[in-house]
Design a protein around this ligand. Structure first.
Ligand code: FAD
Length: 429
């Protein structure tokens, strides 16, 4: 079972803003660098897709193409079986990737909270819907309710409208008071203020309601309407699609698999973006949800620190501190209201892959116990959807992860185990 071995001084996992910036910083310092991403495109969630990329994206992608790093695209890192070794899959083939230093820039995903009807066809995350529409999925003339939380709702609604969708309303769960306070705070970040003003100009005439959240969705083969509430009254909006998610959750599974310590759900890093594991750095959304500019500066610091360019890293500390203030303001303004924890009924599915309702999950004390007894989190999402929801609804943390962190072929898992055993023998463990 011999597979190609890839060996680099620095390996960056994730081709979003954080990973791109990290790879450029390390490769420009003369290191042998590989950037690994599971998609065919560079740019991560925000700059995904070939068409209509903003100037900032084109500049970073151009810089990456000139920096001399190797791109391993369509390559999913599935495990970190041993220090210095990653197991990956590309084109259904297992790959071993060896590194001296590792920078994890694995981004975030949308947070879905269950409510009655949330699994109906036509309901998806705003970011997911945006990706589909950008890639040609027809939105023309379709009535869309955009709901949940965070500035992404506005960006997505503007994008959907541009593609011909009729945005019925945007329902933001955070109260007006907090959203307005956040808006004033943007005065310290003129680039974000401009971005926000631009988005708002594309949403003229669309109602943006704060302190409003979905109670249930109705329909048979497809969503037909969503019932919204502001806590005092409820009303029903007919729609063809519902784009709904309650912010982002960090992708910390690979950092956890590599042994990195977490703090309050995010990867713990020091001022050099170094994790608790020697030689492993982390940047972007896994360390805190702060947007693309924050990810870019953290990525550069990680890249410079990993390639022994401390002065260059240090020169960016002040800029990072400013984006960290923005990150804290974002978390506080769009904190989830307690009412969202009681949207799901006992028979509402929490784990949609394995059809496990909330009531069955509640019979257990923790995630591990529920997983062993019900199979929750063992389907294709591997707990990425239901695990994050269980954390919000039931307060269950994920103490550890088991490989693979992404769905993988058995052959790759066997190879990973064999390599792990070989490393242990070589190290006399
Ligand atoms: C669905 C979605 C849509 C979004 N849309 C917008 C938007 O329109 N506007 C906006 O301002 N912000 C958007 N955001 C937020 C935006 O992604 C972040 O603010 C910012 O881009 C974070 O950059 P990052 O480099 O940390 O992560 P990301 O951009 O998420 O990049 C992480 C990359 O790592 C890859 N990856 C993760 N795990 C592995 C693995 N194990 N193996 C290989 N590759 C891996 C991912 O596929 C991804 O390409 C969106 C977020 C999501 C989840």
């Amino acid at each position: 079972m011999s597979e190609p071995l890839l060996e680099f001084e620095t390996v960056v996992v994730g081709g979003g803003p954080a990973g791109l910036a990290a790879a450029c910083a390390a490769a420009e310092g003369g290191r042998r660098v590989a950037l690994v991403d599971d998609t065919p495109w560079l740019g991560g969630q925000i700059w995904r897709g070939q068409k209509g990329r903003p100037r900032q994206a084109l500049e970073w992608i151009g810089r990456f193409q000139r920096c001399g790093a190797t791109l391993l695209d369509r390559t999913s890192v599935i495990a970190a079986p041993h220090p210095g070794l990653l197991m990956a899959e590309c084109d259904a083939q297992a790959r071993e990737i060896r590194y001296t230093r590792l920078i994890l820039a694995t981004g975030a995903r949308e947070l879905f909270l269950p409510f009655p009807g949330w699994t109906l066809p036509g309901i998806m995350g705003p970011g997911g819907m945006q990706s589909l529409v950008k890639n040609g999925w027809p939105a023309q003339g379709r009535r869309v309710v955009v709901a949940g939380s965070g500035p992404l709702l506005l960006a997505v609604a503007a994008g959907l409208r541009k593609h011909g969708a009729k945005v019925v309303c945007i329902a933001e769960q955070a109260p007006w008071r907090k959203v307005i306070g956040f808006g004033f705070g943007l005065l310290a970040h003129p680039s974000k203020l401009c971005q926000g003003a631009q988005i708002k100009s594309h949403l003229l005439g669309v109602s943006y309601r704060c302190g409003v959240w979905p109670l249930r969705a109705e329909g048979a083969a497809q969503i037909r309407s969503v019932t919204l509430t502001n806590g005092q009254s409820t009303w029903t909006e007919p729609c063809d699609l519902l784009a709904c998610a309650f912010g982002l959750v960090p992708n910390v599974e690979l950092p956890l698999a590599a042994g990195c310590e977490l703090k309050e759900g995010f990867v713990l890093v020091d001022s050099w973006q170094a994790t608790s594991v020697k030689g492993i750095y982390c940047a972007g959304e896994p360390t805190g949800v702060g947007g693309a500019d924050c990810a870019l500066v953290e990525g550069q610091i990680a890249g410079y620190a990993a390639s022994h360019q401390p002065a260059r890293a240090q020169a960016l500390f002040a800029r990072r501190a400013s984006w960290h203030k923005f990150r804290a303001a974002l978390a506080s303004a769009f904190a989830l209201r307690p009412e969202l924890k009681s949207l799901a009924a006992e028979d509402t599915l929490l784990c949609r892959c394995e059809d496990i309702p909330l009531g069955r999950m509640r019979q257990h004390d923790n995630w591990r116990d529920a997983k062993l007894q019900t199979r929750c989190g063992m389907g294709p999402c591997q707990g990425r959807v239901c695990g994050a929801a269980a954390k919000v609804l039931l307060g269950w943390g994920m103490e550890s992860v088991r490989p693979p962190v992404l769905p993988a072929r058995v052959r790759s898992l066997i190879l990973g185990e064999m390599q792990n055993a070989k490393c242990k023998m070589q190290n006399g463990e």
